[in-house]
Design a protein around this ligand. Structure first.
Ligand code: CTP
Ligand SMILES: C[C@](O)(CO)[C@H](O)COP(=O)(O)O
Length: 234
C-alpha cells in the first residue's frame, strides 16, 4: 500500500432487515454508533488521506457533529446517498480527491487495518481487489420450484466483503458505464468485472461481518469485547 488512498464509507441504507426504528448504522455498539466504530479504523490508518461519508439526507447533521466529537478529521465530505448502494458509492466517489479509492460498508465495523492494507496492496498490483473469505457451507443453486438445480464446487466459492479497492479511474468509468447500461450490482467489483478488467480476491477474516439482522448485534458485542483484548489488527 504505497499510494495515498481515499475511502468511501457508505451508510445511506435504511436497514430494513434489521427492523429497528433507528437505522442500524446508528445503533449503539457499547458507547458509540456502529458507524463511528467503522470510521475510527479508517481514521487511524496513515495511508488513508481522506474519507467521503455517504448518509441519508436527514442524518448529515448528526454525522457532522460526530466527526467533531470523535476526532474524525479525515472525513472531508459528508454527502447524501442514493436510492441503491451503487448510487451512494458513485456520489461518495465524486467527493474524493485521491487516485486510489476503496469502498467500505459503514456497517462492517470489525474490518482489520491489516486486511485493509492487504486489499489495497493487491489493488495497487492488479487495479482492483476485494476482501473475501472462503465459504464454509456447501452452496446450492435452487430453482423457483424449490429443487436443487446445481452444486457449485465449493473450492471456487468465496463470500465477498468490503473494503473493495480500486484505481479510482477504473471504478469510476465502470460505474458510469453500469449506470448508462442500467446495470445495478450488489457490490462494487461487479461493475468492474463486466468491463473485463481483473479483480483480485484477498483473503480476509470471518469477523469482518456486515451487521444486517438482529442476530448480528449480539455477535457484534462479542467481537467488540474480543477486539479490545487484541487491538484492531493494525
Ligand atoms: N441506498 C443505499 C443502500 C445501502 N447503503 C449502505 O450499503 C451498506 C451495505 O448495505 P446493507 O447491509 O444492505 O444495508 P441496508 O441497505 O441499510 O440494509 P437492508 O438491505 O436490510 O435495508 C450499508 O452500510 C448501507 O448503509 C447505502 O449507502 N445506500
Ligand atoms: C458489498 C457487500 O457488502 C459485499 O458482501 C454486499 O454485497 C452488500 O450487499 P447488501 O445487499 O447491500 O447487503
Amino acid at each position: 500500500m504505497g499510494n495515498e488512498w481515499g475511502a468511501v464509507v457508505v451508510a445511506a441504507g435504511r436497514g430494513t432487515r434489521m427492523g429497528t426504528a433507528e437505522s442500524k448504522q446508528y445503533l449503539l455498539l457499547r458507547d458509540k454508533p456502529i458507524l463511528v466504530h467503522t470510521l475510527e479504523t479508517f481514521q487511524s490508518m496513515a495511508e488513508i488521506a481522506e474519507i467521503a461519508l455517504v448518509v441519508g439526507k436527514d442524518d448529515i447533521g448528526r454525522c457532522s457533529e460526530w466527526t467533531s466529537r470523535y476526532g474524525l478529521t479525515k472525513v472531508r465530505a459528508i454527502v447524501e446517498g442514493g436510492r441503491e448502494r451503487q448510487h451512494s458509492v458513485m456520489r461518495g466517489l465524486a467527493a474524493l480527491g485521491t487516485d486510489w479509492a476503496m469502498v467500505h460498508d459503514g456497517v462492517r465495523p470489525f474490518v482489520r487495518a491489516s486486511s485493509i492494507r492487504a486489499c489495497c496492496a493487491a489493488a495497487e498490483r492488479v487495479g482492483a481487489a476485494v476482501l473475501a473469505v472462503p465459504v464454509k457451507d456447501t452452496i446450492k443453486q435452487v430453482g423457483p420450484d424449490g429443487l436443487i438445480a446445481s452444486t457449485p464446487d465449493r473450492r471456487s466459492l468465496w463470500a465477498i466483503q468490503t473494503p473493495q479497492a480500486f484505481r479510482r479511474s477504473l471504478l469510476q468509468e465502470a460505474l458510469e458505464r453500469a449506470a448508462a447500461e442500467g446495470f445495478l450490482g450488489t457490490d462494487d467489483a461487479m461493475a468492474v468485472e463486466r468491463t473485463g478488467a481483473p479483480v483480485a480476491v484477498v483473503e480476509g477474516d470471518y469477523t469482518n461481518i456486515k451487521i444486517t439482522t438482529p442476530d448480528d448485534l449480539a455477535w457484534a458485542e462479542f467481537l467488540l469485547n474480543r477486539r479490545d483484548g487484541e487491538g484492531n489488527g493494525a
